[in-house]
Ligand binder design. Structure first.
Ligand SMILES: Nc1nc2c(ncn2[C@@H]2O[C@H](COP(=O)(O)OP(=O)(O)O)[C@@H](O)[C@H]2O)c(=O)[nH]1
Ligand SMILES: [Mg+2]
Length: 216
């Protein structure tokens, strides 16, 4: 019984990875650097996109992944950001076929960045490649310093980490040393940027790093 389940999962992942490779090749040909944005619901992912997109010089596009609603897409569009919506209607993560469909419905006229805000969840999004160049993990100090220990895959797979809501640190018991020890154990060289969505602090450094990493 276990063997059958494992075979089925292997086939699903192989099919997903094949489509992810196709999506990545397509986006690369258009000069697009793709960032898969992961984090718990409410960690501040959309807020970070608003800050980063203002700071990046290259054109930016956004795909919003949510179980339901287009609240974040409307929020970004109101600021003049080119955003489109994927609703998974129950599924807890985006997969490559979903991004494939979304990307082919977009114009993506100029080279730049595509930010894909995944469904808010620290577990499933880390398991699926969607054709991204890098995974950006956002964790807020309100989420707690034990998260690398409880959700290791997301931290292992992250190419960059944003530690957000640092303005709330005085009101919480977030143990930064314990958090970073867990991060370093799983992912020794990943850059960690401390950011505040309220003041914009820290985003300039994160945007500079992203621009250099993307060559844009
Ligand atoms: N205090 C504080 N609140 C923040 C910060 N970043 C985001 N928020 C708030 O956290 C809530 C969730 O933010 P949002 O960007 O929608 O999170 P998402 O669900 O991860 O996309 C909103 O009420 C934001 O205003 C921050 O750095 N500090
Ligand atoms: Mg959001």
């Amino acid at each position: 019984m276990h063997m059958i389940n494992r075979d089925v999962m292997t086939n699903i992942n192989a099919e997903n990875d094949h489509i992810a490779m196709h999506v990545n090749e397509y986006l690369k040909r258009k000069g697009i650097f793709t960032v898969n944005v992961m984090g718990a619901p409410g960690a501040g992912k959309t807020t970070s996109l608003e800050h980063l997109i203002k700071l990046l010089k290259a054109p930016c596009y956004v795909v919003e992944g949510d179980i339901e609603s287009d609240i974040d897409t409307e929020r970004l569009r109101a600021e003049g950001i080119l955003a489109s919506q994927i609703n998974t209607f129950g599924a807890c993560h985006l997969d490559a076929p979903l991004l494939h469909n979304a990307v082919h419905a977009m114009t993506l006229e100029k080279p730049g960045f595509l930010f894909v805000e995944n469904v808010g969840n620290l577990v499933c999004p880390a398991e699926f490649s969607i054709g991204e160049d890098i995974k950006m993990l956002q964790v807020s100090v309100a989420d707690g310093s034990d998260k690398p220990y409880k959700y290791p895959l997301a931290f292992e797979k992250a190419g960059v980490i944003l530690l957000s809501k640092i303005d709330l640190t005085p009101y919480l018991d977030f143990d930064e040393d314990f958090f970073l020890k867990g991060v370093r154990h799983l992912n020794p060289n990943v850059p960690v940027f401390k950011v505040c969505g309220k003041t914009g602090e820290g985003y300039a450094e994160a945007a500079k790093w992203l621009a250099e990493r993307a060559g844009k």
